[in-house]
Design a protein around this ligand. Structure first.
Ligand SMILES: NC(=O)c1ccc[n+]([C@@H]2O[C@H](COP(=O)([O-])OP(=O)(O)OC[C@H]3O[C@@H](n4cnc5c(N)ncnc54)[C@H](OP(=O)(O)O)[C@@H]3O)[C@@H](O)[C@H]2O)c1
Length: 417
């Protein structure tokens, strides 16, 4: 099976490493903006796999550049692990070239000052009641076109979004008649030793974390100020941590796909030092996405900040500790209320020793490979645009155990107030 992977950062490194362990993928093309990174990774992986690995330069913002490369290589499936800004262009290229599409993050506009985009965004804010710069409407709008072309697009197969929704489908299938409450808890107990760094792409990460929070309740969105809602939780493998309610993309698809759901919240852990640094950067304008003039040339503050911060791909050797990501579900089974917690604990140093990347890239890259394998093998074969919870979770859950992200079901967990 011919797979084309677009992007060659932290997440891609793990996803491609894991694709090389899966005999389904016989030919892998790694295509990204900086081809030297693709070639360095290919050289490292060639001795450990039977897959034939080639590399190429591609500009994933250019439909022309993408279709030229896809027509030459002829991929069965394309895994997009570049940035959310490129999702729509890559989906267009897949339709033009007859390839299935897989990604790990939903579309986000790079230029949020673009008046055409802004008009659609402001209408959506009014109608739906949340102000995040991303939502699924852009990609769900491709459903008919993927159906008509006999192709599958699988959206958001990282950990969150991704595994959290597979856990939801699994809980619904095996533990509940109806799920009423979902709390998604994302804890990173890792320490990289820097005063401030982000664990994945800084621009995407800081945009997400500095935005308003929101949750889904009784059929509508409730929006909060950034970091307004704080809880403490004692995470298995990590210990007690502060966590904050954020808006997160899988809330939108779970609200649509889990019948009878009453509330979905997402919490992420942050240390005080991270929050203080972020607030300071925000206060001085360093998180801005609008270009400013500096010494005669335009710069985008958050892009300049990205250039100053440690490259997330370089955090692997220095990060110690564990992550714990999972979902607490409350609902009914056979007329009785029950609560379960499904989660994974992942160790930064073990991930690094195996793949050369830390656990945040690992917990995203492994599910990116698994989702790609579901589509490429025809295990998940329906045509159109889908989120992961719309398919049978069992084969995916089996692969999580097999490929390094084993999960635990706690049938008597502590809940979040
Ligand atoms: N679902 C989840 O759980 C989850 C968690 C974390 C991250 N993610 C998503 O995973 C994706 C990758 O994250 P990451 O941390 O690996 O980011 P990253 O390290 O910044 O890597 C992004 C890669 O995409 C390449 N790229 C960017 N723009 C491009 C363009 N126009 N054309 C071609 N290649 C381009 C970059 O090339 P250069 O090397 O030239 O910069 C880089 O190799 C993001 O979409 C992120 O939102 C999902």
């Amino acid at each position: 099976m011919k797979l084309m992977v677009i992007g060659c950062g932290g997440v891609a490194t793990v996803a491609i490493y894991k694709c090389c362990e899966n005999p389904l993928f016989t030919e892998i093309l790694i295509a990204s903006r900086t081809v030297s990174k693709c070639e360095a990774l290919a050289e490292r992986l060639r001795p450990m796999t039977k897959a034939v690995i080639t590399t190429a330069r591609v500009d994933a913002d250019s439909l022309e550049s993408l279709t030229a490369l896809m027509n030459e290589f002829g991929p069965h499936t394309v895994l997009n692990v570049a940035l959310p800004y490129q999702d729509l262009t890559i989906m267009d290229a897949c339709l033009a070239c007859g390839a299935n599409y897989v990604d790990t993050a939903n579309y986000e506009a790079e230029d949020t000052d673009d008046p055409e985009w802004r008009a659609v965004y402001e209408k959506r804010c009014r109608e739906k009641g949340f102000t995040a710069y991303f939502d699924y409407s852009w990609q769900w709008a491709y459903d008919e076109r993927f159906k008509a072309s006999g192709l599958t697009a699988l959206l958001g197969t990282g950990f969150d979004p991704g595994v959290t929704q597979v856990y939801s489908a699994y809980a619904l299938k095996h533990y509940f008649d109806e799920i009423h409450y979902i709390d998604i808890l994302d804890c990173n107990g890792g320490d990289h030793g820097y005063p401030f760094a982000t664990n994945f792409n800084p621009e995407i990460n800081l945009r997400e974390v500095s935005a308003n929070g929101s949750y889904w309740e009784d059929g509508h969105w409730v929006e909060t100020k950034p970091m307004e809602i704080k809880r403490e939780y004692n995470f298995a493998g990590v210990g007690m941590k502060d966590m904050y309610l954020l808006h997160h993309e899988e809330i939108e698809s779970l609200a649509k796909n889990i019948p009878g759901i009453k509330r979905i919240r997402f919490f992420m852990t942050f240390g005080q030092s991270y929050l203080t640094h972020m607030k300071c950067l925000e206060n001085v304008g360093m998180l801005g996405t609008t270009p400013v003039m500096f010494e005669g040339r335009e710069i985008v503050p958050i892009k300049f900040l990205k250039a100053l911060l440690p490259d997330p791909a370089s955090l692997g050797p220095r990060t110690v500790g564990k992550t714990n990501i999972g979902c607490i579900f409350t609902g009914v089974k056979d007329g009785k209320e029950r609560t379960i917690y499904i989660y994974n604990v992942c160790d930064h140093q073990e991930c690094y020793r195996e793949t050369g990347a830390q656990a945040v890239s690992y917990t995203t890259g492994v599910p990116a490979m698994i989702g790609t394998a579901m589509v490429a093998s025809g295990t998940w074969a329906e045509k159109g645009v889908f989120n992961v919870e719309e398919f049978d979770p069992d084969p995916y859950m089996d692969m999580l155990n097999k490929y390094g992200l084993p999960w635990v079901v706690d049938e008597n967990p502590v809940t979040v107030e």
